[in-house]
Design a protein around this ligand. Structure first.
Ligand code: GAR
Length: 187
C-alpha cells in the first residue's frame, strides 16, 4: 500500500495530531504525515511535529494571499490529503477547490447539530441527551460537508463542559483514524 502524503492543520493543543502521528507509524495505516501547518505560532501541537521530525509551517492568516503560501508548501511536499485537527480557521475556497473531497475535519458535536464554536456550553444549555464527534468532508459551508463517521455517548446529569470535552476527545481519538481507514479501505 502506498501511503497518502498528508498534511495536518492545527491551531492548538494538537492531541488529535499526536494520535494520528502514532497511528500513522503503523505500516497498514493509509496516511503518512509529511507536513503540519499551524495558524498559531504558540500552538502546543507544533511540539509533536518537532519531536517526530515532521516538517511544519506557521501561517500568518492576517497576511494577504496567505493561501498561496499554503498551496506552495502543499505542492512542495506533494500533499494529496488534508486533515483539519482542531484548526480554528475557515479554509479558503481556493484550497477547497484544489483539494475537492480530499480535506476532512473533526468537529466536537453530532453534526448537523452545534456547528461552530462553544459546542459543549450550547449542548448543556439545550439539555441535550447525547454528545459526540463527527468526522466530515470539508466544503464551502462551515461544518457542513458529508459525514464520514460519527460517534456518540449519553450525557448524564453530572456532566459539565470539562467532562463533555474529555469524553468527546476520547471518542475523537477513535473516530479520526477510523474515518481515514474508511476513506482509503478500497485503495
Ligand atoms: C478537537 O476537539 C476538535 O474536535 C475541535 O478542536 C479540538 C482540538 O483539539 N475542533 C473544532 O472545534 C473545529 N470546529 P486538539 O488540538 O487537542 O486535537
Amino acid at each position: 500500500m502506498v501511503k497518502k502524503k498528508t498534511c495536518i492543520f492545527i491551531s492548538g493543543k494538537g492531541s488529535n495530531l499526536k494520535n494520528l502521528i502514532y497511528r500513522s507509524r503503523d505500516n497498514k495505516f493509509p496516511i503518512k504525515i509529511c507536513l503540519v501547518i499551524s495558524n498559531n505560532m504558540n500552538a502546543k501541537g507544533i511540539e509533536y511535529a518537532k519531536k517526530f521530525k515532521i516538517p511544519y509551517l506557521f501561517i500568518n492568516t492576517k497576511i494577504q494571499n496567505y493561501e498561496n503560501k499554503i498551496l506552495f508548501c502543499l505542492k512542495k511536499y506533494q500533499i494529496s490529503f488534508i486533515c483539519l485537527a482542531g484548526y480554528m480557521k475557515i479554509i479558503s475556497h481556493k484550497l477547497i477547490k484544489k483539494y475537492q473531497k480530499k480535506i476532512i475535519n473533526i468537529h466536537p458535536s453530532l453534526l448537523p447539530k452545534f456547528k461552530g464554536l462553544n459546542t459543549f456550553s450550547r449542548m448543556l444549555k439545550n439539555k441535550e441527551t447525547k454528545a459526540g464527534c463527527t468526522v466530515h468532508y470539508v466544503n464551502e459551508k462551515l461544518d457542513s460537508g458529508s459525514t464520514i463517521i460519527q460517534k456518540s455517548f449519553f450525557i448524564n446529569s453530572n456532566d459539565n463542559e470539562f467532562s463533555l470535552k474529555k469524553k468527546t476527545q476520547d471518542l475523537e481519538y477513535k473516530a479520526f483514524p477510523e474515518a481515514i481507514i474508511k476513506i482509503f479501505r478500497n485503495c
